[in-house]
Design a protein. Sequence first.
Length: 290
Amino acid sequence: MLEVLSTVPELLPLVPGIRSQTLTAAAEDPFDIAVIGDRITLLELNRRLVCTIAIDDPAKLRREIERRKRLPDSINTPPMIDHDTEYPYMVKAYLDGRELVDPITEWELLLTALEQLTALYEIDRRRIETVAAVRSLEEELMAGDELDGTVRTALELLDELELPPALHRGLVHGDLHAGNVFVSDAVYLLDWEDVRTDYLIDDFFRPFVIHQYDASLHRLFAEMIDGRGGGGRILADYARRIGPITYGESTPYSGLPLFYLLRLLADVGAHGSLRPPCRELLRDVVSEYR
């Protein structure tokens, strides 16, 4: 539809999700590129600046500014040059590079990003006994009326798999996916407005669940459970290098992928938009593993 209407631009606002937006820029200080979505992003390539201006939800940009100011120095983010939380707007340095394309084939780059996030995890890390975590999970699934046949089978399977004695909760990035990992002279992490308290393993599994939109990933999760193939290698790499921080051990526990999918399905607040693909992924994982 976009391709057809591109020849008649004045009709584009009739397309659902497309709107017309007028911007005024000072003639002596113009920008080169404008990207308009739930916020406006202006790129000045000569001065190598990226200016972000809030539109629909100013509170989200204020939250990102405040959280970025408190990030540990060991976490790479594009330098913030100027900001104003009252307006709000934020000016960052423009970096040459690219977003991550595939969290599987570019796993080493994602792992580098996850290693940076361990500094965030250490700020307020708390240990939760796994028995209590699974009990709470079952209660949440029941309260949310999520106990259909697939979920019951998944819970039975989870009981057969191995989990660490404890899981750690703390601050997580909250929206980690390939598009928020930027590769330049180093690996950078973008978009910090969704930082929240959750199980620390959220940042590991979330990029793969979001990638479900582009590729069927149930085999990857089944491989993680079985400890074989690419999925088994990815889980083992994560366990060895990040596991001691996120759950206290370096063992690649087979039940962690299934626990995460069930937890995602139970959490109607932070992950509401991911529940439909998560349910589909969970069904296929259970079927593949069985």
